[in-house]
Design a protein around this ligand. Structure first.
Ligand code: GAP
Length: 435
């Protein structure tokens, strides 16, 4: 079977697969949707959890110098004044005088002519991307709060709490996974540009003189993690972001870009935030080793969960052809797959097969791995196709021979190869494959 990662209509195929197989749905779909929002189905949640767990394992649990945080999404609006987001977190907006549609000026070839109706576009103005809401019963200016546009500030404002509670020595980091919200002018390209999304961020506090060393170090760590989860590194490119394109807080930014079907665009970012945030929040660190008070500098590796998933789906999507029939499948690494294995009795109307499959195979595997599916719907060929599309690496079939020899057929997603494995060796067999 010749496999290929077919680029033709790839986005349409991914979006359709995500809906059909219960990964991702349009937000509020039954009411016509809400632009820039998506809802996650059972297998999407599993994939998201695998991504987040792998990130947390590598960058928090796997280290001695990292402290986790889970800060509130609503924060005192002073945070966003001090961080520079109220004044500067904006995109250039233009509105068509004829059809009234709005566009991001920096994404247009011609900022004078509407790309939709060819009408005249108005003046470019800055549009702040933070969602504002009101807190409490009084609707005055003092009650304005913002939904956080980055998780980073939740860590900076807990810098002192973390230092006081854990007394970390420099360098050390804080890490957080959580939702972020941006009122994007033109949400687009499925999970790529949304109004509500998730971030995984590290703020790594260092002595100022060490910034170049740790910038390079984190570039390596980010690359390693992308490889570990199975992002196609042939499609990842580093971009040195020009000073005029950098965020207001950054003195150096490298973007990791990905070759999406809609172009080469940002996947993740790495920024040298200097002492911009801690200084503005008036936060300091007593360096006992040096006997002085300093404001540490910050290296920030930042990852979008949703873009990680989009890149992973695009990396894993494969098609092959056998006897004129095209098969599509998601070639996830076994530890990333939403379902590790599916258990199938050959026939669902044979109680002896169903009972064996349930008691001797499914129940113990479910207890051990959790992400195990029971699949007895349709013929075996259909079950394999369904599991291939979900990305399940192993399908286990219980047939009449099983009742005699206590062995099952394990079918490999990628090669289609079938192996007979003793039931009491099944867990070890799968564990070895995962590792
Ligand atoms: N704290 C730094 C920060 O927020 P950013 O480059 O603006 O930096 C970090 O965002 C990451 O969040 C991006 O690299 C991307 O993966 C993700 N991201 C940003 N905007 C997004 C959006 N509208 N939809 C989905 N993901 C987004």
């Amino acid at each position: 079977m010749a496999e290929k990662n077919s680029e033709e209509n790839l986005m349409e195929k991914i979006v359709s697969l995500c809906k059909r197989r219960g990964f991702v749905f349009q937000g509020s779909e039954i009411y016509g949707g809400l632009a820039g929002t998506y809802d996650w189905g059972h297998f999407g949640v599993a994939l998201k959890n695998n991504i987040k767990n792998s990130w947390w394992k590598k960058f928090v649990d796997g280290r001695r110098d990292m402290y986790g945080v889970d800060a509130a999404i609503l924060m005192n609006s002073k945070v966003w004044e001090v961080s520079g987001h109220v004044a500067g977190f904006s995109d250039p907006l233009v509105e068509c005088e004829k059809c009234k549609k709005r566009f991001r000026a920096d994404q247009l070839e011609d900022v004078k002519k509407c790309p939709e109706c060819k009408g005249k576009l108005g003046e470019v103005r800055q549009f702040n991307m933070m969602f504002a809401t009101k807190i409490g019963a009084m609707e005055d200016s003092a009650s304005t709060v913002y939904l956080r546009p980055e998780t980073a500030q939740g860590m900076f404002v807990n810098f002192k709490n973390t230092v006081d509670a854990f007394h970390p020595k420099l360098p050390f980091g804080m890490a957080q996974i959580g939702k972020a919200f941006r009122n994007e002018i033109t949400p687009r390209d499925f999970l790529f540009r949304q109004r509500e999304f998730e971030q995984m961020e590290v703020e790594y506090f260092i002595r100022p003189a060490d910034w170049e060393k740790y910038f390079d170090y984190w570039k390596g760590e980010m690359t390693e993690w992308m490889e570990e989860v199975g992002i196609d590194m042939g499609k990842v490119h580093e971009l040195e972001v020009l000073p005029e394109d950098r965020a207001h807080y950054s003195k150096r930014t490298v973007d990791f870009e990905f070759d999406y079907p809609f172009g080469k665009k940002e996947l993740f970012g790495l920024a040298y935030r200097t002492d911009f945030d801690l200084k503005n929040h008036k936060l300091e660190y007593i360096d006992e080793e040096m006997g002085e008070k300093i404001t540490p500098h910050v290296i920030e590796p930042t990852f979008g969960v949703d873009r990680a998933i989009l890149a992973l789906l695009l990396s894993a999507y494969m098609e092959d052809e056998k006897d004129g029939e095209v098969r599509s499948y998601l070639k996830f690494k076994p530890n990333m797959a939403p379902v590790i294995c599916a258990v199938s009795p050959l026939l669902k109307n044979k109680p002896e097969l169903v009972e064996y499959a349930n008691n001797k195979v499914y129940a113990p595997l479910k207890m051990e791995f959790g992400r195990v599916a029971w699949d007895d719907n349709g013929n075996i060929g259909k079950r394999y196709r369904r599991q291939d599309e979900i990305g399940t690496p192993f399908c286990i079939v219980i047939d009449f021979d099983t009742l005699m020899d206590h062995a099952v057929t394990v079918r490999d997603r990628d090669t289609g190869e079938q192996t007979r494995v003793k039931v009491d060796e099944l867990q070890k067999y799968i564990k070895d494959k995962i590792n």
